[in-house]
Design a protein around this ligand. Structure first.
Ligand SMILES: Nc1ncnc2c1ncn2[C@@H]1O[C@H](COP(=O)(O)OP(=O)(O)OP(=O)(O)O)[C@@H](O)[C@H]1O
Ligand SMILES: [Mg+2]
Length: 386
């Protein structure tokens, strides 16, 4: 065992400490007497505050505070706290000799003699103006980013809503026009039915918006593809000009799919309206629904999927435009004609439903959009969709 006496305790002479404190230039290190008057001054204090030792020794340390802080009694408060509790810390503006201000991080520690009597206070101050400014800038950038993200989400939401309502209104207006121009009561009845359905879809949309606002999940359920296609076809019929033929082909015995039916209807309408817009005069739109087995070729999907294929023989999509069509707000349509949100909704829906959307197109020849949606898991206990 080594006795304590054998340990070497080097003691630094007082003048060495003085040298050490004096050579520190990044911190103002000085001593105050118990009443708050400056007793010593180092090189850092001179550099940070601008006063020479002979200018400040004997002065009250409130000299370094702003007039406002002095009026509020801040120096006295700090001193009192340090004397009572042994230490006081502070952060705030301080004034240099030339009147300029800096943001200080300061600590005030009581110094006692061997008998425990307070002989003074050690004051260490650091200029952290730069650090504070970068922190403030970072906060400002964060706030801006947050604001921008909020606006973007809001923009997408209102834009998306306007877009879907526009689709519904197209159906309502065209059906109303037809109803007004026909004498056939049965036809009028049919048109009114379409108007009613489109109106109901509008109500569902506002419900969706409300659920979004409350962060509720999509209304996912088992959906019979054939029923959905029939309903969509009914809505679409009067929004297509007579020069455009719609051919629907459904594979028999399609399985149920697991999606939000209202959203899927909007997706199909978006694809079909895009096909309609791509046809300049006469043309054909095909809607084919069948079942396919995927083995990872399409977005890594595997298993049984129901495929909705929307084909048109319209103008097609030029190769340089193709990579951008799913971007929100991307449109090649004239101002006021398209919001560029249709396909971004389709893309978002496909992803959220654990499916995929693929496009094949050639300028001048037409476009084929293929939407893959997963089969409802519990098919055994569900009736087949006939
Ligand atoms: N079937 C299609 N044939 C040719 N181009 C298409 C087809 N579908 C989409 N596009 C191109 O993709 C772009 C983006 O389509 P998207 O549905 O997202 O927006 P939009 O149709 O322009 O506007 P919105 O759907 O909001 O009315 C279209 O502007 C068009 O250039
Ligand atoms: Mg569109």
């Amino acid at each position: 065992m080594v006795s304590a006496d054998c340990l070497d305790h080097p003691v630094m002479p007082a003048h060495r400490y003085e040298q050490l404190v004096q050579s520190v230039v990044d911190y103002a290190i000085y001593m105050l007497d118990p009443t708050g008057h400056v007793v010593s001054w180092n090189a850092g204090a001179q550099r940070i505050k601008g006063y020479r030792a002979d200018e400040v020794i004997g002065q009250h340390f409130s000299l370094f505070f702003t007039p406002q802080d002095c009026a509020d009694g801040r120096p006295e408060r700090l001193l009192r706290q340090a004397l009572e509790q042994g230490v006081a810390q502070d952060e705030g503006w301080r004034v240099r000799k030339d009147g300029t201000q800096f943001w200080a991080l300061a600590a005030l520690d009581v110094i006692r003699d061997d008998q425990g009597q307070i002989v003074g206070l050690a004051k260490v101050t650091r200029d952290i103006t730069d650090r504070r400014e970068s922190a403030l800038q970072l906060d400002a950038v964060r706030a801006q980013l947050f604001q921008a993200q909020k606006l973007e989400a809001l923009g997408q939401l209102t834009g998306g809503l306007a877009h879907d309502f526009n689709n519904m209104l197209t159906i309502i207006i065209s059906s109303a026009r037809l109803a007004l121009s026909t004498q056939d009561p049965a036809r009028v009845q049919r048109m009114l039915q379409h108007i009613l359905e489109a109106g109901q879809r509008g109500t569902e949309l506002t419900q969706q918006l409300l659920s979004f606002a409350r962060h509720r999940k999509l209304d996912v359920g088992s959906v019979a593809p054939a029923d959905l296609v029939t309903a969509t076809r009914g809505l679409l019929e009067h929004a297509l000009p007579s020069s455009v033929v719609l051919e629907v082909q459904l594979q028999p015995d399609l399985p149920l799919i697991e999606v939000d039916a209202g959203q899927l209807q909007m997706v199909l309408l978006n694809l079909l309206f895009n096909a309609r817009d791509a046809i300049a005069e006469h043309g054909r739109i095909g809607l084919v629904v069948d079942m396919v087995e995927l083995d990872g070729d399409i977005d890594g999907l595997q298993g049984s999927f129901v495929r909705f294929k929307v084909e048109d023989n319209g103008e097609g999509i030029p190769a340089e435009v193709l990579p951008r069509i799913f971007e929100p707000f991307f449109t090649t349509k004239a101002f006021g004609k398209g919001t560029g949100l249709g396909l971004s909704q389709v893309y978002g829906f496909a992803k959220q439903s654990r499916g995929a959307i693929c496009v094949e197109s050639e300028a001048g020849r037409g476009t084929c959009m293929q939407l893959y949606l997963p089969m409802y898991q519990d098919q055994a206990h569900s009736p087949l969709d006939r």
